[in-house]
Unconditional design. Structure first.
Length: 150
């Protein structure tokens, strides 16, 4: 069993631009979609993504905030060993521009043409409760303490 820390995982996550965010739909089905973390990975157990309020992603989270995230990258010698990370957590939604400013970067302008003023812009915060990783033959799990979600 591995002994990586949250800081070790954050370092690996910086090189992974996209995650698959998994939610439950209104009929209970599992739905996954790619989401960019925009290299906003000072990972302390929280992951941040932008979406529009009108998307199914946001409506799924409003109904059931329990979500999953999956990441995949290559690591190790010559990038030949796969690195996988999954996390289970709780999502919260914000439409506060001060929250937007804390996580915005210029690359987001190509997705949201009006920038932080895009109508319906929503910031998704996924607070991990459990993180499982596989790094070649090394694997491990980190359970994070429950935090008050603001």
């Amino acid at each position: 069993m591995g002994d990586k820390t949250i800081e070790d995982l954050a370092e690996k996550m910086r090189d992974i631009d996209f995650a698959i965010l998994t939610t439950r739909t209104d009929n209970g089905a599992i739905a996954g979609r790619p989401m960019s973390n925009n290299r906003d990975v000072a990972f302390d157990g929280d992951s941040w993504f932008f979406a529009l309020e009108s998307t199914r992603t946001v409506s799924d989270i409003r109904r059931d905030p329990q979500v999953g995230l999956s990441y995949q990258a290559k690591s190790g010698l010559l990038g030949l060993r796969p690195f996988f990370l999954t996390l289970e957590g709780e999502a919260t939604l914000s439409q506060d521009k001060s929250d937007f400013a804390a996580h915005w970067n210029k690359d987001l302008d190509s997705w949201f043409e009006q920038g932080m003023d895009t109508p319906g812009l929503t910031l998704i915060r996924v607070s991990a409760r459990r993180v499982h990783y596989w790094d070649g033959y090394d694997e491990g799990e980190i359970k994070l303490p429950a935090r008050i979600l603001a």
